[in-house]
Design a protein around this ligand. Structure first.
Ligand SMILES: *Cc1c(COP(=O)(O)O)cnc(C)c1O
Ligand code: SF4
Length: 344
């Protein structure tokens, strides 16, 4: 239970592409690295077959060897809990197919902003991911097809912000991102480019000068929204990546998901906010879990979530309190959960 030195140093100073190629994708190797047995953690091959296990070594290095309840491990471990059918949990909890998907590669649900599904994979597979069943194969565009998607943005003057999403958009190559971002920035009514990525947290070496060049075309402001759920995810390498992002003048925000057994305590949430700030990012959203099939064991009830949120609101400066939100299919924006009445 210490700084994990047990990891093979294979990926330590490797190029991000090599690190992406050498992600751990089988449960047995992951558990061997952590000196745990499948029975300790409920590893399930069947769950892996449904949604592959995938985690970068740079992220595994921040887990505690020998701890079956490590909060980082829990987020990536394909477990027998996923096989339990739960009422209300389905394949598309946020309503992203159908009319919200007007063109291949576009999810447009809210006024003024839309998502581009730039990549179909991620560096890590988070077990609670609401897109774990997303039909990526229907949303994979060639460069020419991207022009059709961009025509949709060009034709709608109400869109002032384009969000690169996925999967994880930073899995895409720099030249593809650069071309796409330049085309987006050239659209007169687009003022902001937003990037939603977990990569600066799980594989911080991805944040290179070339990447930041690609994401900073002239004519738009760039906002980076990263995704970290627990203070243990943030180490010096992540802090350096955040620093590089900020040096480019990008606004740096974090969204987290409230997850049972990971961060469902006041102490964990306070530590996350404080650590985010210490590393250079501000908390933006704390999401209630989207009820995706296979993730029921991560659910925190809405009332408990509101209690936790009231608790951290009483302990943190206002600027370190994320907004507690829920995605309700068909709504015009994320829904903010009402604050609990103050106790007399
Ligand atoms: C969450 C989300 C956004 C961004 O919402 P903000 O409240 O602006 O952060 C945009 N489009 C879709 C489809 C989303 O799910
Ligand atoms: S990085 Fe984001 S999109 Fe990818 S699996 Fe995790 S939560 Fe889902």
């Amino acid at each position: 239970m210490h700084n994990p030195r047990h990891l093979t140093p294979v990926a330590l100073d490797a190029d991000w592409r090599d690190q992406l190629r050498s992600v751990i994708s089988d449960g047995a190797s992951l558990l061997k690295e952590l000196q745990l047995s499948p029975a300790d953690v409920g590893l399930s091959e069947e769950a892996c077959a449904d949604f592959a296990l995938k985690v970068p070594r740079a992220f595994v290095r921040r887990m505690q060897a020998g701890d079956p309840r490590d909060p980082l491990l829990r987020q990536v471990l394909a477990s027998t809990d996923e096989l339990v059918a739960a009422p209300g949990f389905g394949p598309d909890p946020t309503g992203e197919t159908g009319s919200a998907n007007p063109r291949a590669g576009i999810i447009h649900k809210y006024r003024g902003r839309l998502l581009l599904v730039v990549a179909s994979g991620c560096a890590v597979n988070c077990r609670y991911c609401f897109r774990r069943h997303f039909p990526y194969s229907d949303n994979r565009n060639s460069r020419r097809e991207w022009q059709d998607a961009l025509d949709y943005v060009r034709d709608d003057a109400s869109i002032s912000e384009v969000i690169l999403s996925g999967g994880d958009p930073l899995v895409a190559e720099d030249d593809h991102l650069a071309a796409l971002c330049q085309d987006i920035a050239a659209i007169p009514h687009v003022q902001r480019l937003r990037v939603h990525s977990r990569m600066p947290v799980v594989l911080p070496d991805r944040v290179t000068a070339d990447l930041l060049d690609a994401l900073s075309p002239p004519g738009v402001q760039t906002v980076m929204v990263v995704h970290s759920n627990h203070a243990n995810e943030l180490d010096q390498s992540v802090g350096r990546a955040f620093g590089r992002i900020r040096e480019r003048g990008m606004t740096l925000l974090n969204q987290a998901v409230l997850l049972a057994g990971v961060n469902d305590s006041e102490d964990a949430l306070v530590a996350l906010s404080e650590s985010l700030f210490a590393h250079g990012a501000l908390p933006y959203y704390l999401h209630l879990l989207d009820r995706v099939q296979g993730a029921a064991h991560f659910e925190v009830e809405a009332l408990r979530a509101r209690e936790l949120h009231a608790g951290i609101t009483a302990r943190l400066p206002g600027y370190l309190v994320p907004r507690l939100v829920q995605e309700i299919a068909g709504e015009a924006a994320k829904t903010t959960l009402p604050a609990l009445p103050r106790k007399a």
